[in-house]
Ligand binder design. Structure first.
Ligand code: IVH
Length: 673
C-alpha cells in the first residue's frame, strides 16, 4: 500500500469539505454554487484518491452518497429516546379543546406561543451524530426499536454527513421526515411503467419503499428528501428556550428544516395558519396530511409532559379525508376464516386519497341499514392516509329507480350450506368450518402466516390454487406436498417448489403459542396464545381445560373463553391437532414466553369504554384491549389514559374532557386495533 503523505490527507480532507459544502448549497439551500458537471469532477477526484490510498477512506465520505454494498437484512436498533406519535384533532373545536387542556394544566389564562409546521407525509427517522459525524439513521419502527437504514440515508443529498461549524455538539439525535416530492414520484412511476417495474400508489409508499432497500444503490437512484422537525437528544444541552430557536440552530448545523414554520400566538393563530396552508396544500411540491402545532416554549413543554405515547404539548390537525363520489355496481358476499359472511361493495373504480379504490367492505347488515344503500346508488367514498376505504353516505337524490335492494344470502355463497344469523341479526356466518372451501383457504393462509407457522413462499394465490386443484383438503395435507406435485402448478418452478417443501418442513419445529395462534381460534391472538401456553404448558391440558380455568388466565374474558371451549369441543379440531403432531409438528414444552412489546402495546395503560359500540360489544372490546396489555376500568379518573366513546356517551365523556384525558372514537379505535 503506498504511504500516505500529509499532503494527500490535506487534499482529501479539503475535497470532502468542498463537496459537503456544495452538497449543502444544492440540496439544503437550493442555491447551487457550481454546475453538476463540476461537482462530478470533484467527486471523481475524491474517488480516485480513495482508490489510490484506501487507508485514508472516511466512512462519511461524499462518495458514499452513491450507495454501499447490499445488506442481507436491516438490523434493529434501540432509540436513545423513544420516537413518539402525535394526538390528532379533526376540527377547530378539537383544537380549542387542546388549548384548554394545555392552559388548564399550566394554570395559565393568557394565550401562549405555538410553532406551526406542515405535517409531511413520509417516513420518520432518527439521525444520530457523534462529534458532528453521522453515525446512524434509524426508522421509527415501534417507537422503541427501529431499523438501521444508515447506508441508505447517506445517499439522501439533504442529509448532512457531517455537521457544519466548529461548535457541533458531542452528541445529537434529530428526528425528521423522509419523503419524495410529488414531481419525483410521478417521474419515478412513469419510468417504472416503461420498464415494467413496481408502480407505487402514492409518494409516501414510494419514499418508504425506496428507503427500505437492502441495496442502497437503489435508494441512491430515488430522489428522496428530508425535513428535520425535532431533537431527541443533544449533549451537552444548549441554553435555548424555544422549539423554533432549536430548529434555527439545527438549520445552522446544515439540516433542512421546513421554510413554512411559523410561530403564532394562541389557538386562533393556529387556526388561521391551518386555513392558509390548507388553501396552499395542492400547490405544495410535497404531500402533507395535516399541520403540527407545538407549544413553543421548552419549559412549558416539560411541565406538560406526555400521555401514553404522545406529548401533551403538541397536536396534529389532520386535513379532512378526501371524499369522492362513485357508483356501487354490485354487492358480493365474502366468507372469512371464521365463517363470517361480509358484504363487499364493487365500485366503479375511483382515485381517492392517493389510491384507486374498487372494493369496499360494507361490514354487516347494520351498516347497510345505516347507509340505506342500494345497488346502483351514487355513493361518497373516503380514504385518509393508510386507512381502509369506506362509504360515507349515499346520494339519495341521485338514486335511479332501477337501484336494487341488497339481499342477504340464506346459503353460503361458497359451500351452499345454510347460514347462521346472530341473535342481533347483524352477523351471518357459515358454520360449515373447513369443509367450506373459503374457510379452508383462509385457515391455511392463517396457519402459514408469519406470526403463526411462518411458511415462507406459501402466498395467498398459491393456497387458493392448491385448494382449487384438490391438493390441499386440510392443513395437514401441507405436510404431504412434494416437489413434483407443487411444480406441476403454473408458475411454480422446480426451485421454488423445493424451497416451499423445505419451508414446510422447517415449520414443523415451532413454539406452542405460534401453533395455538395458527389454529385460528376466534379471539385468540398472539398475546392470548402466549398466555395459554404459559398457564397450561401442554396442549392436552389446553384442549381439556374448563371455561373457569380459561377465565383464570390473565387476559382471557368470557367471549374468548367460550370461543376456546367451542373450538376444542369439535372433534374435527382435536383430530387436526393430533394429525399435525403425528406429522412431526413439535415445540419445546419447557419454554416460557415473554409478552413482547409488539403485542402488548397497551401495557400500563388504563382504558375506559362509554356509549354503545357498532362493531362489537363492550365486552369483546374489553377482551381485545386486555389482550393487548391494557387494564379496562369502569369509571373515569385522572389515572385513566384513554376513553373510547361509542354513540350516546354519558357523563364519562364530559369528565374525561375536563381531566384532559385522551378520547378516541370507535372509528379511530378500529383503525388502531
Ligand atoms: S413531531 C413528539 N413534527 O407525524 C413529537 N411530526 O404522528 C412527534 N411528522 O411519526 C413528532 N411532520 O413522522 C412532528 N413537523 C412534524 C412532523 C411530524 C411529520 C410525522 C412524524 C411522526 C408522525 C406523528
Amino acid at each position: 500500500m503506498p504511504p500516505v503523505s500529509e499532503e494527500v490527507i490535506k487534499q482529501y480532507k479539503s475535497l470532502i469539505s468542498e463537496l459537503n459544502s456544495h452538497n449543502h448549497h444544492y440540496h439544503v439551500l437550493d442555491d447551487p454554487k457550481i454546475s453538476d458537471a463540476e461537482y462530478d469532477l470533484l467527486l471523481r477526484d475524491l474517488i480516485k484518491l480513495e482508490q489510490q490510498y484506501p487507508s485514508i477512506f472516511d466512512i462519511n465520505s461524499p462518495s458514499q452518497r452513491v450507495g454501499a454494498p447490499p445488506l442481507e437484512a436491516f438490523e434493529q436498533i434501540e432509540h436513545i429516546v423513544p420516537m413518539l406519535s402525535l394526538d390528532n384533532a379533526f376540527n377547530d373545536v378539537e383544537l380549542q379543546n387542546f388549548e384548554t387542556r394545555v392552559l388548564d394544566r399550566l394554570k395559565i389564562s393568557t394565550p401562549i406561543e405555538y410553532a406551526c409546521e406542515p405535517k409531511l407525509d413520509g417516513v420518520a427517522v432518527s439521525l444520530r451524530y457523534s462529534n458532528g459525524e453521522l453515525k446512524s439513521a434509524v426508522t421509527r419502527g415501534d417507537g422503541s426499536f427501529g431499523e438501521d437504514v444508515t447506508v441508505n440515508v447517506k445517499t439522501i443529498g439533504s442529509v448532512p454527513l457531517r455537521l457544519i461549524g466548529d461548535e457541533v455538539p458531542e452528541f445529537l439525535d434529530v428526528r425528521g421526515e423522509i419523503f419524495m416530492s410529488k414531481v419525483a414520484f410521478k417521474t419515478l412511476n412513469e419510468k417504472a411503467a416503461q420498464t415494467g417495474e413496481k408502480i407505487f400508489v402514492n409518494p409516501r409508499n414510494a419514499a418508504a419503499g425506496s428507503l427500505r432497500q437492502l441495496d442502497s444503490k437503489v435508494t441512491a437512484s430515488r430522489p428522496l428528501d428530508i425535513r428535520i422537525y425535532s431533537v431527541g437528544k443533544i449533549s451537552p444541552s444548549v441554553a435555548l428556550e424555544t422549539h423554533s430557536s432549536m430548529l434555527n440552530l439545527l438549520s445552522r448545523f446544515g439540516f433542512k428544516v421546513s421554510r413554512k414554520i411559523k410561530v403564532v400566538k394562541g389557538i386562533e393563530g393556529c387556526i388561521s395558519y391551518y386555513e392558509s396552508l390548507a388553501n396552499e396544500r395542492n400547490k405544495l411540491p410535497y404531500d402533507i396530511d395535516g399541520i403540527v402545532f407545538k407549544v413553543n416554549n421548552f419549559e412549558l413543554q416539560e411541565q406538560l409532559g406526555f400521555v401514553s405515547k404522545a406529548p401533551r404539548w403538541a397536536i396534529a390537525r389532520k386535513f379532512p379525508a378526501e371524499e369522492i363520489s362513485t357508483i356501487l355496481k354490485d354487492v358480493e358476499f365474502q366468507v372469512g376464516r371464521t365463517g363470517a359472511v361480509t358484504p363487499v361493495g364493487r365500485l366503479e373504480p375511483v382515485f381517492v386519497g392517493g389510491v384507486t379504490i374498487s372494493n369496499v367492505s360494507l361490514h354487516n347488515r347494520d351498516e347497510i341499514e345505516r347507509l340505506q344503500i342500494r345497488i346502483g346508488d351514487t355513493v361518497i367514498v373516503k380514504r385518509a392516509g393508510d386507512v381502509i376505504p369506506q362509504i360515507v353516505k349515499v346520494v339519495t337524490s341521485k338514486r335511479d329507480e332501477k337501484a336494487q335492494l341488497i339481499k342477504f344470502p340464506r346459503y353460503c355463497p361458497v359451500c351452499n350450506s345454510e347460514l347462521e344469523v346472530s341473535s342481533s341479526q347483524a352477523i351471518i356466518r357459515c358454520i360449515a368450518g373447513v369443509s367450506c372451501e373459503a374457510q379452508l383457504k383462509e385457515s391455511i393462509k392463517h396457519y402459514a402466516s408469519r406470526k403463526a407457522l411462518n411458511i415462507d413462499g406459501l402466498g395467498s394465490s398459491l393456497v387458493d390454487n392448491l385448494v382449487d386443484k384438490g391438493m390441499l383438503t386440510s392443513i395437514v395435507d401441507l405436510y404431504d406436498l412434494d416437489v413434483n406435485s407443487i411444480s406441476s402448478l403454473e408458475g411454480m418452478g422446480q426451485r421454488s417448489s423445493q424451497n416451499l417443501v423445505s419451508a414446510i418442513e422447517k415449520s414443523k419445529s415451532t413454539t406452542l403459542p405460534k401453533f395455538l395462534y395458527g389454529l385460528g381460534i376466534r379471539e385468540v391472538g398472539e398475546a392470548t396464545a402466549k398466555s395459554l401456553a404459559n398457564e397450561f404448558v401442554n396442549i392436552d391440558k389446553i384442549m381439556t381445560a374448563t371455561i373457569e380455568e380459561y377465565l383464570c388466565v390473565h387476559d382471557i374474558g368470557d367471549v374468548t373463553a367460550e370461543n376456546i371451549v367451542s373450538f376444542f369441543d369439535r372433534i374435527s379440531n382435536r383430530k387436526l391437532i393430533n394429525q399435525l403432531q403425528a406429522k412431526g409438528v413439535r415445540w419445546d414444552e419447557n419454554q416460557r414466553y415473554n409478552y413482547s412489546s409488539d403485542n402488548l402495546t397497551l401495557v400500563g395503560q388504563v382504558w375506559v369504554i362509554t356509549g354503545s359500540l357498532d362493531s362489537m360489544t363492550r365486552s369483546e372490546l374489553s377482551d381485545k384491549l386486555e389482550a393487548l396489555g391494557a387494564k379496562v376500568g369502569s369509571s373515569v379518573s385522572k389515572n385513566v389514559d384513554i376513553l373510547v366513546v361509542g354513540s350516546n356517551p354519558g357523563s364519562k365523556l364530559k369528565k374525561a374532557e375536563t381531566l384532559g384525558i385522551r378520547v378516541v372514537s370507535e372509528n379511530e379505535l378500529s383503525e388502531f386495533l
